[in-house]
Each structure stands twice: as C-alpha cells, then as structure tokens.
Design a binder for this molecule. Structure first.
Ligand SMILES: *[C@@H]1O[C@H](CO)[C@@H](O)[C@H](O)[C@H]1NC(C)=O
Ligand SMILES: *[C@@H]1O[C@H](CO)[C@@H](O)[C@H](O)[C@H]1NC(C)=O
Ligand SMILES: *[C@@H]1O[C@H](CO)[C@@H](O)[C@H](O)[C@H]1NC(C)=O
Ligand SMILES: *[C@@H]1O[C@H](CO)[C@@H](O)[C@H](O)[C@H]1NC(C)=O
Ligand SMILES: *[C@@H]1O[C@H](CO)[C@@H](O)[C@H](O)[C@H]1NC(C)=O
Ligand SMILES: *[C@@H]1O[C@H](CO)[C@@H](O)[C@H](O)[C@H]1NC(C)=O
Ligand SMILES: *[C@@H]1O[C@H](CO)[C@@H](O)[C@H](O)[C@H]1NC(C)=O
Ligand SMILES: *[C@@H]1O[C@H](CO)[C@@H](O)[C@H](O)[C@H]1NC(C)=O
Length: 403
C-alpha cells in the first residue's frame, strides 16, 4: 500500500518535471479564490476554486487542476487531478487543514503540451481553538458484535469537569446531516458509549464519529474518528461444544458456529487444550485452525488425564482485513467432573458478623444509655429505694463489712 502510494507520488513528480522541461515560454497562473466549505459533515469538506482570471478568454485550452491536500487520517499528502473545480475530502477538524491547487494547461493553446503553473493556490486553516484544554475523550473504539450491532466506547479524559455531558454524532455518505447517537450506553451516570442497532451503520463506508460535549467551564474538546465497521467484527461466543471419546482412544471435539449473519466459511478457530495429569499438573496448548472446520481431534488420550477444551473464533483474512477474537466458550472436559461446590464466599461471612456485631453494639449501647438515664433520673428525684441505689449501697456495706 505504502509502496503503491510512493510510486504514484514519484510518477506525478516525474510528470511535473517533464512538464516544466517542455514549457515553451507560456506561463500559467495558479487558480484563484480557493475556499473550503464545511457542510456540517464532521470534516467531510468541500474544496472549490476558480480558474485563473488570465485564462478566462482562452477558449481553446483545456484546463486541468492538480490538487494536493494533507490527509489528516493517513498522515500524508494525497494528490489527485481533475477538470472540475471542486472536490470533497475527509479532514480531521482538530488538525490543520492544508490544501494546494495548481493549474495545468493542455490542448491547442499550448500546442498540446501540458504546462503546469509554477506556483499554487494554498489554503491553511487552523483548527478551532475552542474547548477546555485536555478534555478530549480517549481510546475511542467500536466493535461490530456478531455482525448485528455496533458498540462504540470511549474513556473520559481525567481532566473532564465532573458536571459535563458528552455527545456522539456520526455521519456517512448516505446522510444529509450529522446525526446524534441513537442509544447511549451509560454507566455511573456518565455516557461512556453508544449502541447502534441493526443496520443503522453501513459496511464498506467511511463513518465519521465526533464526540463533543459541554461543561460549566465551556465546551469540551472534540474528538473525530473515521472508520469502517466491517473490519471491527467480533463473533459471538460459541455455545455448543461436544466432546466424545472414540473407540481408538481419540478424543474428538466438535462445535457449532454461533448463530448470526457471519457465514461459517468466514470463521477461523483457536482451540485451547488443558491437560490435567494425575498429579494435578496442568499443561496448556493452544492451536489455531486456519481451516474453517468445526472439529478438532486429540490423537491419544490417557485415562488418567483430564482434558479440557475451549474455543474462540475470529474472521478469516479473506473475509475481513481485521477482526477481534470472540470471547472463549465455556470449557468442556473429559472426564466431566462434577461442578465443585462453590467455595465459601469469604467476603459474605464478615458481613454477617459485622451486622450481628453492630446489632449487639446498638443494643448494649441503648441499654447503657437507658440505664444511665435511669440513674440520673433517680438521683434527681432522690429515690433511695431504686434498684441501682439499693445495689450500690448494698455493695458499699459489703465492702465495708469485708474491710
Ligand atoms: C475571486 O473572488 C473575487 C471576490 O469574491 C471576485 O471579484 C473574483 O472575480 C473571483 N475570481 C474569479 C476568477 O472568479
Ligand atoms: C475577455 O474577453 C472580453 C470580451 O471578449 C473582454 O472584455 C475581457 O477584457 C477579456 N478578459 C481578459 C482577462 O482578457
Ligand atoms: C481554436 O482552435 C481552432 C482550431 O483548432 C481554431 O480554428 C480557432 O480559431 C481557435 N480559437 C481561438 C479562440 O483561439
Ligand atoms: C507544435 O508542435 C509540433 C510538433 O510537436 C511542432 O512541429 C510545431 O512547430 C509546434 N508549433 C508551435 C507553434 O510551437
Ligand atoms: C488509551 O489511550 C492511551 C493514550 O491515548 C494509551 O496510552 C493507552 O494504552 C490506551 N489504553 C487502552 C486500554 O487502549
Ligand atoms: C446494544 O443493543 C443490542 C440490541 O440492539 C443489545 O443486544 C446489546 O446488549 C446492547 N449493548 C449494550 C452494551 O447494552
Ligand atoms: C456537537 O457536534 C454536533 C455536530 O456537529 C453539533 O450539532 C452540536 O451542537 C455539538 N455540541 C456541542 C456541545 O458542541
Ligand atoms: C471435520 O470437519 C471437516 C470439515 O467440515 C469434515 O470434512 C470432517 O469430516 C470432519 N471430521 C469429523 C471427524 O467429523
């Protein structure tokens, strides 16, 4: 890919060089009135220009424009030639927008040689400086779950003011305007992602996402991301696994692909095998079957061993450029051991003890307070025959008698 782009650039440079050599004295002016229009498509901008005024009356000339712009998503210059006077390209609005256009003349007026303008019309647009510093979201990622729905998640920047609200907008070529997230995913009272159901996002199209927001301190810094969802698929977890011992001591694992729209031939599998020896030692092996079989055979199994398997899947490279591994299936084992009794839940025991202790403490405390109040009351009312006073005096007399 990089080599291809490089070659294209080299060829364009050669053409430009050849053109400047063949220039026969005629000078060409660069285009005029270069402008960039933002139709509200989250950085999908319309670049347009006018032909140089000096060429307006040259009817026998064919004019071609050579456009260069800095592709902020690829981090390199992109070039293209056209005879129309506008072009749309994708920019990250949080970065500098740089565009250059040259005029190229051809046809009878130049005796059919191409002449390119020496200078170019240039436009450099700085990103808006609005937004509270360091409040852009982090780690924006989307996952296309089992080709059914897309979940996009982000992490709040730690510097985001506590009371602030984040919004997600998205745009692709089938939409007239940017649209807000249909269903936010909220945790802890804060928006952390967006759930796009069904076919609300198209495959094989650049989708631009923008996370912006507002806070009492002002607008939050925006983040722009452009991606295609067919490369973000994560198959569902495999639910159905069958393990059987063959007469020849082979262990055969078979599974069924998860339900859904991902075709079986698009999945490749990883099988994890855990072998537990009689001494309790566990050895782990992992194997990836690039083939799209739904089975795996362990050549020989000894009776003394316990073999456990689990599988996960991913899209084969013939079906998608990239994909995420599914979650692991639940392990299936031979021999099947009964589920071990759930371990005592240590965290629960102290809670009961604490509650009991707390109740006892409260009871004792209330008794003490009650008693203290009683004493105070009896003292105030000077009732010598109250129980406590009697006990007290009896104690005193006893001590006196002992002494
Ligand atoms: C460029 O824009 C200016 C002002 O808008 C206008 O006067 C001029 O005619 C334009 N030039 C061309 C070639 O259209
Ligand atoms: C183009 O031609 C028109 C009339 O044909 C003339 O009035 C005008 O000045 C010319 N413009 C240029 C830039 O030569
Ligand atoms: C354009 O070219 C044709 C022949 O190619 C010629 O007859 C005509 O006079 C030219 N017109 C102008 C305005 O140069
Ligand atoms: C145009 O080019 C041809 C061959 O490329 C040449 O014979 C002719 O003299 C050139 N005419 C002018 C006006 O430069
Ligand atoms: C999140 O992004 C930061 C920097 O942008 C990076 O250092 C970090 O590794 C990312 N974390 C995850 C979980 O991807
Ligand atoms: C997103 O929506 C789908 C159904 O449209 C649902 O199955 C899934 O659980 C949702 N995800 C979250 C994280 O709520
Ligand atoms: C976020 O972006 C959308 C789309 O550009 C815009 O309509 C909205 O006003 C923005 N919200 C904030 C708080 O900046
Ligand atoms: C394993 O899967 C492949 C391909 O689906 C099939 O040809 C083969 O017969 C299967 N093996 C067994 C033992 O089922």
């Amino acid at each position: 890919m990089a080599i291809k782009t490089c070659l294209t650039h080299l060829m364009l440079l050669l053409i430009i060089w050849k053109e400047s050599l063949t220039c026969n004295g005629l000078t060409v002016d660069p285009p005029e009135n270069l402008t960039v229009l933002d139709p509200g498509h989250l950085g999908h901008l319309q670049i347009s220009w006018s032909p140089p005024g000096s060429l307006i009356n040259m009817t026998n000339c064919s004019i071609v424009y050579h456009l260069e712009y800095f592709n902020t998503y690829r981090n390199s210059w992109s070039m293209t030639r056209m005879n129309v006077r506008s072009y749309t390209a994708q920019f990250d609005l949080m970065k500098d927008i740089k565009v250059r256009v040259y005029t190229i003349l051809d046809g009878p007026c130049t005796n059919n040689t191409m002449i390119q303008s020496r200078s170019y019309a240039e436009l450099i647009q700085k990103p808006p400086s609005t937004g509270v510093m360091d409040t852009e979201v982090q780690n924006f990622t989307c996952v296309y779950h089992n080709k059914e729905h897309v979940e996009c998640m982000w992490r709040r920047n730690p510097n985001t003011p506590a009371i602030s609200k984040q919004n997600l907008y998205f745009w692709h070529k089938k939409l007239d305007q940017a649209v807000e997230c249909p269903k936010y995913m909220v945790s802890g009272g804060v928006r952390r992602g967006c759930n796009f159901t069904g076919t609300s996002l198209p495959e094989f199209a650049n989708i631009i996402f923008c996370v912006n927001g507002s806070s009492p301190e002002g607008p939050l810094k925006q983040t722009f991301v452009s991606l295609q969802i067919q490369n973000l698929m994560k198959p569902a977890t495999t639910k159905k696994l069958h393990l059987q011992t063959c007469p020849d001591k082979k262990l055969q694992l078979q599974w069924e692909r998860p339900n859904g729209k991902i075709p079986g031939h698009c999945l490749e599998w990883e099988v994890e095998h855990n072998q537990e020896g009689p001494d309790g030692k566990i050895s782990k092996t992992q194997s990836v079957t690039r083939e799209t079989n739904f089975n795996f055979t362990l050549p020989s199994a000894h009776n003394s061993e316990r073999n456990c398997f689990r599988v996960r899947s991913k899209l084969h490279k013939y079906c998608a450029d990239k994909s995420f591994w599914s979650d692991w299936s639940r392990p299936t084992c031979d021999p099947e051991k009964e589920e071990m009794a759930p371990e005592p839940q240590w965290s629960v025991v102290p809670v009961y003890i604490y509650i009991a202790a707390a109740i006892i403490a409260v009871l004792v405390l209330s008794l003490c307070v009650g008693a203290a109040l009683q004493v105070k009351k009896s003292r105030q009312e000077k009732k010598p025959d109250s129980l406590l006073t009697t006990l007290f005096t009896r104690n005193l007399t006893l001590t006196a008698a002992e002494a």
